[in-house]
Design a protein around this ligand. Sequence first.
Ligand code: CP
Length: 307
Amino acid sequence: VNHLLGIKYITKEDIQLIFETADHFKEVINRPIKKVPSLRDITIANLFFENSTRTRLSFELAEKRLSADVINFSAASSSVKKGETLIDTVNNILSMKVDMVVMRHPNPGAGVFLSKHINSSIINAGDGAHEHPTQALLDCFSIREKLGKVAGKKVVIVGDILHSRVALSNIFALQKLGAKVKVCGPKTLIPKYIEKLGVEVEGNLIKALEWCDVANMLRVQNERMDISYFPTTREYAQQFGLTKKILDSLNKEIVVMHPGPINRGVEITSDVADSKQAIILDQVQNGVAIRMAVIYLLASKIKHHED
Ligand code: CP
């Protein structure tokens, strides 16, 4: 059975194939008729045990654009609330002839754990502070679209690295594609293992921005935070918030990214988020083509296996 559980588990060649497939689907979804019949015989369950706007809707749209049948599950309104386990929940859903599972879960490793207990392809839509592989793929695809390539580009990931699955998946994807990566943020929000990944830490935002071609401004994840870890929101915004004044003071035009949702006025001000240098909504748009590509490639393996 094939899965996308994390960028850690896939190769540069896998990523390149996903990008080439996404190039095709991006062209498809810009046509007047945005659908292809490729997955008429596939049923996909979107299982969300944690809140989401972009990822959930983007997966659902990607599945519908591929003509798959789609069922949506939200833990908050399910029998999980009556004590049903993750494995029981998913096996009950799979018994309804479901072929593929997309899952977001608050626990790191939930997808890897589930993959050992069920007989279905799983796509990780974010597992705690571990990985968010499709976010990293759409982020790198957006850099490739904006700057022509990812290899050799300098990318700084700014902010709450400690709680961020987006940071870890981006680090793996950017390194596999040959980009140079630094992280920047308060010491309390930088995990100890980061330098073991070959990533340099820069504590000064201006120096980090002067170095980079691309700045990926992460959300401060208050919901995962012990308050004692954290500089105050005001201190954070003063030291690590990206403002228009800072952006305009740089001697070059950098690309600004954010995975969303944005804390406007904390990690990024509104005039930066809404500026021409920000590609935040391009990232969201590219998410549909990337997820179509991932689902299509995994479904092709299921069909090949059945043949
Ligand atoms: N970027 C991202 O994962 O957003 P959601 O939490 O809204 O899905």
